[in-house]
Ligand binder design. Structure first.
Ligand code: FAD
Length: 524
C-alpha cells in the first residue's frame, strides 16, 4: 500500500490532471470516490485527521466510522445488553451482579473493529484505482490543490507542499465538535470518548442535541452516574411529544440527573476530579458539581478554515463555517462552477451519514455527465438527491425514529386546522413480564409511542411518522419507503399487521389527538 501511494505521488507530480479531487475521506467523500471510479472517473481522495485537543486521532473513513455512528451504536448495544440482563429474571435467568461495563474490553474491541474498517476502506480505494493521500489539502486556485502534513503548512515551507490538478473538486471535509471555551480545558468530546482507555466514571454531558442525549443514555446504560445539562430545549427540532417522553424515560427509568436550562461557566481540577460551576439561564442561580469526565456535545463546526475558500470566492456561514451551496438549483454546487460540496460541510442539510453518502453517489453520476458533455435534462435531474422525507433514528436507550414532519413543523406548514394526528402508547409484550420497581414500588416499564401526522387537505396523506421504542430504526426504514410513495392513512389502515410486534400498532391507529381520548392502551 505504501509503495502504491508513493508510486501514485510520483505519478501526480507530473502534469497529470485528475477528473475529480475529493477533499475528505468520510461517508460522503468515499461514497463519491467509489461510485466515480466505477463510472471510469480518475479520482484522488485526500483524508487527513487533525488530532482532537485531547490528542485523539483515527484512520480513513471519517466521523461515522471512527468517532460517530459506528462506535456509538456499539456502545449503545452494550448498554442495551445490560438493560436486557437486568430484565431477565422473569424470563428465567439469574443476572450477574456486575454494575458497570468493563470499559477497557469494550473500547479495545470497538477500536479493533474500527481498525478493520479503516483497512477495508484503504483496500477498496486501492482496488478501485483511486489515489488515496493521507494529506491535508487546501485550494491554490480553482483547478489546483496544495497538500502536505499539518506541520508543512504550519512551517509555511512552500517547498514541502505538493500540488495536484483537477477538473472538478468535491469538498466533503465534514465537521468537528464545537468547544465551550469556559470549560474546554478539562472537557472531552465525541472525538475522544470512544477511544479513551480510562473509564469515564461520573460524567457531566453538556448539550441538548441528539449526540448529547445519546451519549448520556449510553453512558448511563453502561453503569455510570450521568448528569445531562443544556442551556435551552432538548432536541429542539424534533417532535416535542416524543422528546418529553424520552426525557421522562431518562429521569424515571434510567435515573439520569437532568439539569435544565443551565450553562457551565467555569471548570478546574480538584483532587484529580473536575469541579464544574454552572448558572441557570432562567434566573442566573449558580450551582456546582464534581465529575470524573465532562463531555461537551454542543454542536459541530465545519472543517473549512484550512481550505482557502475566501480566495476562491466560496462563502461560508459564519455561525458554523458551513459552505453555502444551492447554486444553479443544485444543492451541492458552490459559487465556483467546478467545485461541489457534500455532507456535513454543506450548510442547511441534515448531518447524517446516509445523506452524505447518497448525495456523494449521485454527484459522481452528475459529474460523469458533465465530463461526458452530452446528456438529457431528465438524466441530469435524476442525479439530484431529494433532501426531504429522510428517515432517521436517535439511539437513546429507548430509541426514537421518524420520517417527515414533527407535529410542530406540520402545524406551521399545513395550518393548525389542516392536520390530524393519530397516536397510541402501550407497554410492549416483551416488557409485560417486567418486575423492575421504582422507589415507590411502582412497576417501571418501557412504553412504546407511535404517531402518524396526516394532512387532512390532501386526503389524509401521512406527512410525519414517529416511533419511540425498541429497534426504532429497523421499524422505520420500511415506512420511509411508504412515505416516499405518498402513503395515506387509509393505506396504513388497510395493511395487515404482523402480530405480536410493536410496529403493528401503526396499522391499528384509531385514536386522534384532537379527540383528546385516552391514547394509552391497557392490556393486549
Ligand atoms: P466526515 O465523515 O466527517 O468526513 C470528513 C473527513 O475529511 C474527515 O476524515 C476529516 O478529517 C477530513 N478532512 C477535513 N478537512 C480536510 C482537509 N483539508 N484535507 C484532507 N482531509 C480533510 N449519522 C447517522 O446517520 N447516524 C448516526 O447514528 C450518527 N451518529 C453520530 C454520532 C456521533 C457521535 C457523531 C459525531 C456523528 C454521528 N452521525 C450519525 C453523523 C455522521 O457521522 C456524519 O453525518 C457523517 O460522518 C458526515 O460525513 P461527511 O463525509 O460529510 O464528513
Amino acid at each position: 500500500m505504501i509503495r502504491f501511494a508513493r508510486r501514485m505521488q510520483k505519478f501526480c507530480k507530473s502534469a497529470d490532471i485528475f477528473d475529480v479531487a475529493v477533499i475528505g475521506g468520510g461517508s460522503g467523500g468515499l461514497a463519491f470516490a467509489l461510485e466515480g471510479a466505477k463510472l471510469g472517473l480518475k479520482i484522488a481522495v485526500f483524508d487527513y485527521v487533525t488530532p482532537s485537543s485531547q490528542g485523539s486521532i483515527w484512520g480513513l473513513g471519517g466521523t461515522c466510522v471512527n468517532v460517530g455512528c459506528i462506535p456509538k451504536k456499539l456502545m449503545h448495544q452494550s448498554a442495551l445488553i445490560k438493560e436486557n440482563i437486568e430484565g431477565s429474571t422473569p424470563y428465567g435467568w439469574t443476572p450477574s451482579e456486575q454494575e458497570q461495563v468493563n470499559w477497557e474490553i469494550l473500547v479495545e474491541n470497538i477500536q479493533n473493529h474500527i481498525k478493520g474498517l479503516n483497512y477495508g476502506y484503504k483496500q477498496n480505494l486501492q482496488k478501485s484505482g483511486i489515489l488515496y493521500l493521507n494529506e491535508l489539502a487546501t485550494f491554490k486556485d480553482n483547478h489546483t490543490l496544495q497538500y502536505g502534513k499539518m506541520d508543512d503548512f504550519k512551517s509555511n515551507d512552500i517547498n514541502k507542499l505538493r500540488e495536484l490538478k483537477f477538473k472538478y473538486c468535491v469538498i466533503s471535509t465534514g465537521g468537528r465538535p464545537t468547544k465551550l471555551q469556559s470549560i474546554s480545558k478539562y472537557a472531552i468530546t465525541s472525538d475522544d470518548i470512544f477511544s479513551q482507555t480510562k473509564p469515564p466514571g461520573k460524567t457531566l454531558v453538556v448539550g441538548g442535541g441528539y449526540i448529547a442525549l445519546e451519549s448520556a443514555g449510553m453512558l448511563k446504560g453502561l453503569g455510570y452516574d450521568v448528569t445531562l445539562m443544556t442551556r435551552g430545549k432538548y432536541l429542539r427540532e424534533f417532535d416535542q411529544d416524543v422528546v418529553k417522553m424520552i426525557l421522562e424515560h431518562y429521569q424515571k427509568y434510567l435515573s439520569v440527573n437532568i439539569v435544565p436550562e443551565s450553562l457551565p461557566f467555569h471548570s478546574e481540577l480538584k483532587d484529580d476530579k473536575i469541579l464544574v460551576k454552572w448558572k441557570s439561564t432562567v434566573n442566573s442561580q449558580e450551582d456546582a458539581g464534581i465529575f470524573d469526565t465532562v463531555l461537551m456535545a454542543i454542536g459541530r463546526q465545519a472543517n473549512t478554515q484550512m481550505l482557502n475558500l475566501d480566495k476562491l470566492g466560496i462563502k461560508v456561514n459564519p455561525n458554523n463555517n458551513k459552505i453555502f451551496g444551492n447554486q444553479n438549483g443544485e444543492v451541492e454546487r458552490t459559487e465556483v462552477e467546478n467545485i461541489f460540496a457534500i455532507g456535513d460541510v454543506l450548510n442547511g442539510i441534515p448531518e447524517l451519514t446516509p445523506i452524505a453518502s447518497k448525495s456523494g453517489q449521485l454527484l459522481a453520476k452528475r459529474i460523469k455527465l458533465l465530463i461526458k458533455g452530452s446528456y438529457s435534462q431528465k438524466e441530469y435531474e435524476s442525479t439530484k438527491l431529494e433532501y426531504n422525507d429522510y428517515p432517521t433514528t436517535v439511539f437513546t436507550p429507548l430509541e426514537y425514529s421518524f420520517v417527515g414532519f414533527s407535529e410542530e413543523q406540520a402545524r406551521s406548514k399545513f395550518g393548525e386546522m389542516n392536520i390530524e394526528i393519530y397516536h397510541s402508547k402501550f407497554v410492549p409484550l416483551e416488557e409485560q413480564l417486567c418486575d423492575k420497581l421504582d422507589e415507590n414500588y411502582e412497576l417501571l416499564q418501557r412504553k412504546v409511542y407511535v404517531k402518524a401526522i396526516c394532512n387532512v387537505l390532501d386526503n389524509n396523506k401521512v406527512v410525519g411518522l414517529h416511533y419511540l421504542g425498541p429497534n426504532a430504526g429497523e421499524v422505520m426504514q420500511g415506512f420511509a419507503v411508504a412515505i416516499k410513495l405518498g402513503m395515506r392513512l387509509d393505506d396504513l389502515q388497510r395493511t395487515v399487521g404482523i402480530h405480536p410486534t410493536n410496529a403493528e400498532e401503526f396499522v391499528l391507529l384509531k385514536v386522534t389527538k384532537s379527540s383528546k381520548a385516552d391514547f394509552e392502551k391497557h392490556g393486549c
